[in-house]
Design a protein around this ligand. Structure first.
Ligand code: HEM
Ligand SMILES: *[C@@H]1O[C@H](CO)[C@@H](O)[C@H](O)[C@H]1NC(C)=O
Ligand SMILES: *[C@@H]1O[C@H](CO)[C@@H](O)[C@H](O)[C@H]1NC(C)=O
Length: 495
């Protein structure tokens, strides 16, 4: 953040704070204020949220309230208490927050009932098409698109080693394949022109994402507004209506938006753009981390490779590099070790905050003994990364163990804290009624990408690089990016 911006925010909020400075009341959790009014502890939190929360937990216990960017956030750090928060009662609401933040970030008008009767409910209903039969056709289509891109961009070369940057490699393929799968292809040919510049713009927007989510006005963020406009314009109706093989999910949403005269063409396009971000913003880095951890753990890579071959063999589909392979949803479900490896990489790389807003002053029950008072408007927050890296739950939490979620040939689901079995132990996709509706599709896509990558190529990291580390700037908002890209080599496998 620029110093000028800080100063502005500081001054603005000094006023607010003088007007209503808060003191801890009886029954409330310990209250931690920052030195700079308004900004509170936001800067420290933004720098390294995990460390920040761990330090405070040691000092204040499992429940404390922090003043962050103008809001009071009460963190519940004990995962044994998660169920009582997730079991969303009448007094805790997620949507009040997301309904304000998402429109601000992506540039569409807030989806409020007065102006758009029924829209909110119908949008929610559209998410059903990311599951069930909808998921089946999305998954089939994704496979076709991934193979198309692999064939055209990577399978032509002979059998010599090629060198590349891993994040860029994963991101480029996942971005275009997801785009084609959701929005469809151009009227002529099978790939859209301009994917490269669109991807560049997407990354520029993505780097500003944390500031937009923090409600920093977009005009303070340099060229971000112009870049967002370009991204949105890609989805204007006169373009989208000419694309073919568009998914049912996007088609239904497009039809839905047409029912509202109160939505302008740009508003509708902005809604479509928001879905692009939701579907790629986390999936692409998640794909990177899964690839990175497998390639840097050859024994895991080999085990998963064997598993993929044996699942193909089960359905009499011996792999050969000149024939297209398909992986149905059923086959993907059988890939237990691959799924465990992906989940393990999500454990190590995801850092989303789960947020609920108190609808009234009330006493929040946390377990049989404890409850705390919360005030109307306060945020109750879970930070699952702290759970994901808790050595009591996960032995050697910083170590990648591809089979951490497998036991006796089945999925392992028993993880403990303080001798008690945890209901929630892995939460990359949020929780409760606001849980990510695209999670099944996301896992399938990542599996498909890795199946193709591992079947087609020998893979190695280049020597002399330090370990990939997490860039914390998106902490709290999803899967983190790597601090620097990683160089790797790949070569067509001899089959
Ligand atoms: C590894 C990949 C992904 C991760 C880690 C992820 C994570 C999340 C999280 C944490 C949320 C917020 C949930 C909450 O606040 O409780 C969310 C929401 C959402 N995600 Fe995902 N997501 C991923 C992939 C996808 C994909 C592929 C789609 C496909 C369209 C998608 C669509 C959405 C949508 C539409 C929402 C908003 C839901 C709502 O408004 O209720 N996500 N995601
Ligand atoms: C639509 O998808 C089908 C099946 O994936 C494919 O065969 C066809 O070529 C695609 N059509 C266009 C115009 O891209
Ligand atoms: C991986 O995580 C997903 C969602 O978080 C879950 O549905 C699935 O059962 C997990 N699989 C394994 C093997 O842990």
């Amino acid at each position: 953040m620029s110093p000028l911006l800080l100063l502005l925010l500081g001054l603005l909020s000094l006023l607010l704070c003088l007007l209503r400075r808060r003191n801890r009341r009886h029954g409330e959790p310990p209250l931690i204020r920052g030195v700079i009014p308004y900004i509170g502890k936001a800067l420290q939190f933004g720098k390294d949220a995990h460390r920040f929360l761990e330090d405070h937990r040691k000092k204040y216990g499992d429940i404390f309230t922090v003043h962050i960017a103008g809001r009071y956030m009460t963190f519940i750090m004990d995962p044994l208490m998660y169920p009582s928060i997730i079991k969303q009662g009448r007094q805790l609401d997620f949507h009040e927050f997301s309904n304000k933040v998402a429109p601000f970030t992506f540039g569409y008008p807030p989806v409020i009932n007065g102006k758009f009767p029924g829209l909110k409910e119908q949008i929610k209903r559209s998410f059903n098409l990311l599951q069930g039969d909808g998921l089946k056709s999305l998954t089939e289509s994704m496979m076709g698109n991934l193979i198309l891109l692999f064939r055209q961009d990577h399978l032509r070369e002979g059998g010599s080693w090629k060198s590349s940057s891993m994040f860029e490699f994963c991101f480029t393929i996942m971005f275009e394949a997801t785009f084609l799968t959701l929005y469809g292809g151009p009227p002529a040919g099978c790939r859209h022109s301009g994917m490269g510049p669109l991807r560049e713009d997407f990354l520029k927007f993505d780097s500003m994402f944390p500031l937009l989510i923090a409600q920093i006005p977009i005009w303070l963020l340099g060229r971000t507004k112009a870049i967002r406009k370009k991204l949105i314009n890609y989805f204007l109706l006169h373009r989208m209506s000419r694309w073919s093989n568009t998914s049912q999910f996007i088609k239904l949403r497009a039809e839905l938006f047409e029912q509202y005269d109160t939505l302008s063409d740009v508003d509708k396009a902005a809604h479509h753009f928001a879905i692009l971000w939701a579907s790629v913003g986390n999936t692409a880095p998640a794909t990177f981390w899964a690839t990175y951890y497998l390639v840097s753990h050859p024994e895991a890579l080999e085990a998963v490779h064997q598993e993929i071959h044996s699942v193909l063999r089960l359905s009499d589909m011996e792999f050969s590099s000149d024939r297209d392979i398909t992986m149905s949803r059923d086959q993907l479900e059988k890939l237990l070790y691959l799924e465990s490896a992906i989940n393990e990489s999500l454990r190590l790389s995801s850092a989303s905050t789960n947020i609920r807003v108190a609808q009234e002053d009330f006493s929040l029950r946390l377990d049989t003994e404890r409850s705390v008072s919360v005030r109307k408007g306060d945020i109750i927050a879970l930070y699952p990364q702290s759970m994901h890296l808790d050595p009591e739950i996960y032995e050697e939490p910083q170590t990648f163990r591809f089979d951490r979620y497998v036991q006796d040939g089945k999925e392992k689901t028993d993880f403990y804290k303080g001798g008690q079995k945890l209901k929630y132990y892995l939460m990359p996709f949020g929780s409760g009624s606001t849980m990510c509706p695209g999670r099944f599709f996301a896992l399938n896509e990542i599996k498909q990408f890795l199946c193709l990558l591992l079947l087609y190529f020998d893979l190695e990291l280049e020597e002399g690089q330090s370990r990939a580390t997490l860039d914390p700037s998106r902490a709290g908002l999803g899967v983190l990016l790597p601090a620097t890209d990683v160089r790797f080599r790949y070569r067509l496998r001899k089959v």
